[in-house]
Design a protein around this ligand. Structure first.
Ligand code: ADP
Ligand code: MG
Length: 454
């Protein structure tokens, strides 16, 4: 038990945390510091420990793996005594950038409601040809939750706005009825809770939590595939909610019919409601999304200039926003205005750089630098976590960007078998689809590959 007096957010400690960050910043490449420490907060300090809050379990894990020693040393240096470092995952309401896939609720199984990201509303959801049917369904559900379309099943590729629309419905329902009990969670969260409830024999609590709500939102249920116990539990949850006219909204990356390893009776339940898909945005919708994102960020960019970006990136809303931010930042750093010419020039210059022409050794050295590991370790036999992730990332970049064969990649990564390479690459592919941290990491690494030039 830790019964020391808590000095929670004592101002001198916050100052010291800033000092700690300053010292760490001076020792790391800027992109590393940004990626790993940029969104950390000091949660609490006691006489024994420092608790650092991060926005995702992934960041916590990576900080613990790679920077624990640096953190501990810096703490001694700044605070003058050694303290244990602990990481916790916490959603930062105001400044949170993206919805976190991590637990909205921690281990606590008591019912807690309405932890919805306020950033996602129906009002700021841009409607176009690619999503107007889904949007209309969302409006109908807000009008008559539990009645018109139950369940509402929203499906489509990554980054097209499924989570945004679903959480937007939650926020709209809550605005109309502040007492409405709303529960939003990822399918992984549901699965983890289920497993934990079995282990701790707390099924009753689990059921209270998921079955006594007015609106249940479960994100990315493709991850229910192949998990029979979870599906079974969800099936019963589903029936009970439906019987009470509680609204259920689900998202998935594909239609129920295409979900393999999903029990037939569950499939038919899902198909019994309304299924709507969201497609990749067409040109006009892309322009409208870019406009909305500029407005939100307070950036003044002409429509003509935004059209150039929309023309260049036939992609989903998430990537589009990412590109927009990249363009804005790059031009600002160069002290240039955001005009048709500067944007065209910027995009043209970037497109000329083709990662395929980069030598693989540069990929390896960039990955090593990013993760602060030695090349001999990256290509060596050790299998520690802190080496496996960089290795998988290298595999992915070499395969997908440099179009090297898996055999060749295995060879340069210390004579590994090609099936190992395929496994690593595919694992990253999957993570990239769902994990924003991983996406950011890849784009950081690719950017530094590109910015080093030839
Ligand atoms: P998905 O859940 O389908 O992977 P998200 O809902 O997380 O996608 O959307 C990714 C990002 O794009 C979010 O920042 C979201 O706000 C934004 N976005 C997606 N679609 C729209 C839209 N129609 N209007 C405004 N923003 C959108
Ligand atoms: Mg989503």
């Amino acid at each position: 038990m830790d019964n020391s007096a808590k000095v929670q957010m004592n101002p001198t400690y916050s100052k010291k945390w800033n000092k700690i960050l300053e010292v760490i910043q001076s020792q790391l490449p800027a992109h590393n510091f940004r990626a790993w420490f940029g969104s950390t907060r000091l949660k609490e300090v006691t006489e024994q420990k420092v608790v650092v809050a991060t926005p995702s379990a992934f960041i916590s894990q990576q900080l613990g793996l790679r920077y624990l020693r640096l953190l501990e040393q810096t703490i001694v240096q700044v605070i003058g005594q050694p303290l244990r470092v602990e990481f916790i995952v916490e959603q930062f309401k105001k400044e949170q950038k993206e919805e976190s896939r991590e637990d909205v609720f921690k281990v606590d199984l008591r019912p807690q409601f309405a932890v919805l990201n306020p950033k996602y509303t129906l009002d700021n959801f841009v409607v176009g040809l690619s999503n107007n049917v889904a949007y209309a369904a969302a409006q109908a559900v807000v009008e008559n939750p539990g009645i018109s379309y139950n369940p509402l099943f929203i499906y489509g590729g990554t980054g097209v706005g499924k989570t945004h629309l679903m959480v937007g419905i939650g926020n709209a329902v809550l605005a109309k009825n502040p007492h409405c009990k709303i529960l939003y969670c990822s399918s992984e969260k549901f699965t983890n809770d289920y497993v934990e409830a079995i282990q701790t024999r707390k099924m009753g609590e689990l059921r209270n939590r998921y079955r006594l709500v007015d609106l249940l939102l479960i994100d990315d249920i493709q991850f229910f595939s192949g998990r029979e116990g979870t599906q079974e539990e969800f099936f019963h949850t589903f029936n009970e909610l439906q019987a009470r006219n509680s609204q259920i909204i689900l998202t998935s990356d594909r239609a129920p019919a295409e979900m393999e390893k999903l029990a037939d009776r569950l499939k038919s339940r899902l198909q019994g409601g309304l299924m709507v898909d969201i497609q990749l945005p067409d040109f006009d919708t892309r322009v409208a999304i870019l406009k909305a994102k500029c407005l939100e960020r307070g950036e003044l960019v002409s429509e003509e200039a935004l059209k150039i970006i929309a023309q260049n990136f036939e992609s989903n809303a998430r990537e589009l926003e990412g590109k927009l931010i990249q363009v804005i930042q790059a031009l600002k750093i160069q002290g240039k205005e955001l005009s048709v010419e500067t944007i065209q020039h910027f995009l043209g210059a970037r497109q000329a750089i083709n990662l395929q022409n980069i030598h693989y050794s540069r990929v390896l050295s960039t990955v090593c630098e990013y993760f602060n590991v030695r090349l001999s370790d990256l290509t060596g036999p050790k299998r520690q976590k802190e080496l496996v992730l960089p290795r998988h990332i290298a595999m992915h970049i070499l395969s997908e960007e440099l179009a090297m064969t898996v055999e060749k990649i295995g060879e340069i990564l210390g004579n590994r078998d090609h099936t190992t390479v395929m496994h690593g690459r595919d694992k990253m592919k999957k993570l990239m689809l769902v994990d924003q941290e991983t996406q950011r990491m890849f784009s950081d690494i690719k950017n530094s590959l590109v910015s080093k030039g030839h």
